[in-house]
Design a protein around this ligand. Structure first.
Ligand code: ATP
Length: 451
């Protein structure tokens, strides 16, 4: 990598500005106003970092990022991306991240893996079996399903599975290096590396790992960091390192993430993880009760039924409900935790009221009643208009009122994939614009649903 001195950076930037002035349509004083106080902070292998003084300058100059990159290519003879930073961002990052890379291993390696999240204590059922099987598969065949992308709502075990992969590898293949990282930490690292001119070192560090486990990728929104990430991602893939990513939505529905990344995320294996069904939720509760200190507390079967029914949409809440119950049991010391005790404990819990909120099942039911169909008809693959159109309406309503991801709606409608659901939704949107009859039907159904 070429290291430029301050003087060289200064020379290069002077030439860049001269060229830019000729191609941008600014008057002299305008150009001076926008670019006059900017300077070139650094050029590394992939990026030129330009520093400006105010947010407004950053916004305006960012509009010309492509032109600036082209001029850089002409002057320095190689293609680089351009980043615009505020002086304040540079100052802040330099302050907090001087030691970031030396901390890297202790901060992001090993210590971050939660030992308690293993495959052994991950309870499987229909809703999460595919995700668990895929997670195990990457442990046995690293690089074969690359990247593995696990998506689903909050609290359904995505992080648990990532850690389970890491723990499994540590135990069974200790020579392989695993890096678990939360996306927001990754963004901080990338930005700091840019501002402390340590991008190459960071890349080299990350490339020493065999498994990169990235949690909650939807948070990788900072656009400047996406470019470096893209670069690192490609290098890891080229070296056949295993990448596992989690997100709350299917890769194609990610917002604020560049298309080239989205298409790469979709190119491996994407598996959904859903809310546990009743029996799985109960099995999770039993698992979470194992090894608790308060073994002597008796808990009735119907209590597990109650919790599994009310809280299964989020395993984190399911766990929380159990903790609360045990805590209250220690406090009030009932002979046995029974349904009466539980309903009293949770009587003011807003979660219980979730029952009255609109669900996909209610939407399907009301649409079926309206059109005289059965549940299995609306969920079927039938293309007959009398069945397909009501299905489009129900899908449209799920998206509109529940804001459900397309992949999740697909699960409600006979396991269709998200692209089919997306096209169904678009079709109904178009039909509603074109035909009054659909609009009227939609309003009547919405009135019945009370929305
Ligand atoms: N199938 C399961 N078996 C056992 N525990 C589970 C299961 N699913 C989830 N859990 C537990 O539920 C809690 C929440 O899970 P986790 O943090 O993995 O969810 P998440 O999908 O990553 O959520 P978020 O998107 O909010 O990060 C954890 O304590 C985890 O151990």
């Amino acid at each position: 990598m070429v290291h430029y001195t301050e003087g060289q950076l200064n020379d290069i930037y002077t030439q860049v500005l001269d060229h830019l002035k000729k191609i941008l349509n600014f008057r002299d004083e305008e150009f001076k106003y926008w670019f006059g106080n900017s300077y070139l902070f650094d050029i590394d292998d992939d990026f030129a970092s330009i520093v400006v003084t105010t947010k407004v300058h950053k916004t305006i100059i960012t509009n010309f990022i492509e032109e600036i990159a082209t001029v850089f290519e002409q002057i320095i003879g190689k293609k680089v991306g351009c980043h615009i930073f505020l002086q304040a961002e540079i100052n802040q990052s330099i302050k907090i991240s001087k030691n970031n890379l030396s901390d890297f291993d202790s901060k992001f390696f090993n210590t971050k893996l939660k030992e308690e999240y293993t495959f052994d204590n991950f309870v499987t059922g229909k809703s999460n079996r595919d995700a668990e099987a895929a997670a195990r598969a990457v442990c046995y065949y690293p690089g074969q399903y690359n990247p593995l992308f696990i998506f689903g709502n909050s609290g359904l075990g995505k992080t648990h599975l990532l850690h389970a992969i890491g723990n499994f590898i540590h135990e069974n293949n200790p020579e392989l290096r695993v890096l678990y990282i939360y996306s927001e930490d990754l963004v901080t690292l990338l930005i700091n590396a840019m501002t402390t001119k340590t991008v190459e070192e960071l890349k080299d560090k990350i490339l020493t790992y065999d498994f990169l486990l990235i949690d909650d990728i939807q948070r990788l929104k900072q656009s400047t960091s996406q470019e470096i990430f893209f670069n690192i991602y490609n290098k890891l893939m080229n070296e056949n390192k295993q990448i596992v990513i989690t997100s709350d939505i299917h890769p194609t529905e990610l917002k604020g993430i560049e298309n080239r990344l989205i298409s790469r995320f979709s190119s491996g294996l994407s598996v959904p993880i859903g809310s546990p069904e009743f029996e799985t939720a109960k099995a999770i509760l039993r698992k979470k009760m194992e090894g608790r200190q308060n073994d002597n507390i008796m808990i009735n079967e119907e209590v597990l039924d109650f919790l599994a029914t009310r809280f299964s949409s989020d395993v984190r809440k399911l766990e929380g409900s159990l903790n609360e119950l045990f805590f209250k049991a220690i406090l009030y010391n009932p002979e046995v935790i029974d349904l009466e005790f539980v309903t009293e404990i949770f009587k003011d819990d807003p979660q219980i009221k979730v029952e009255s909120e609109l669900t996909a099942a209610q939407i399907k039911q009301v649409v079926c009643e309206f059109y005289g169909l059965t549940k299995s008809q609306i969920e079927s693959k039938s293309r007959t208009a009398t069945i397909a159109n009501p299905r489009h309406i129900a899908i449209y309503l799920c998206r509109k009122h529940l804001n459900m991801p397309f992949a999740k709606i697909g699960m409600e409608f006979g396991g269709r994939d998200h692209t089919t659901i997306m096209s169904s939704y678009e079709k109904m949107k178009k039909m509603l614009k074109e035909k009054d009859t659909f609009q009227q039907a939609l309003h009547k159904i919405e009135r019945k649903l009370g929305v």
